[in-house]
Design a protein. Structure first.
Length: 175
């Protein structure tokens, strides 16, 4: 009887393999493009868009003399597979009294890539110069580059009295 029970168990186990089925589960997802850009007070090293949104922002800077001034960081986070680049434009600091407008020109620098304002004409940082560039990305990645303003002694010291304002604008371009 023991031999019969043992034989039945062996047969049951052996035939169970004959009737086994394979099953598969295909997984799919869509990862949306994530990108953000901000002028931050310090180099951004966060790993999420929320971290960039929470980073201290620089929205203005007061110039009190000529010289070179580190005013912030252009910071980007992106997962764009083919990369991106950031360009910029700037207007000279201008002061208008009555019908007369006076200008203080300055240079905007991102390391070795820089451009200089020229009176009433908007100046542009254009390729092959960039504020930031990433050729390709394999994941959500942060990137920052220091923004430096350079104002010559001649431009600052020879300016007419007045309250001057200028603007630097950044443009994000996914490639």
């Amino acid at each position: 009887m023991k031999k019969l029970v043992t034989l039945l168990i062996i047969l049951a186990l052996a035939t169970g393999g004959i009737f086994a089925y394979d099953s598969t589960l295909d997984l799919r997802t869509i990862v949306d493009q994530t990108q953000g850009m901000k002028i931050t007070a310090s180099q951004f090293t966060g790993t999420t868009l929320e971290a960039l949104n929470s980073a201290a922002e620089v929205t203005s800077y007061t110039v009190t003399s000529h010289g070179s001034f580190d005013v912030g960081w252009i910071s980007v986070i992106s997962n764009n597979l083919t990369g991106y680049y950031v360009t910029a434009s700037a207007t000279a600091m201008a002061s208008t009294v009555g019908t007369t407008t006076s200008y203080i020109d300055y240079t905007v620098s991102f390391g070795t890539d820089e451009f200089t304002t020229n009176g009433a004409t908007t100046a542009y940082l254009e390729p092959p110069k960039y504020a930031l560039i990433a050729q390709s990305l394999e994941s959500l990645s942060p990137n920052s580059r220091k923004i430096t303003l350079k104002i010559s002694a001649d431009a600052f010291n020879s300016a007419a009295e007045g309250q001057y304002t200028g603007t630097v604008t950044f443009f994000f371009n996914a490639t």
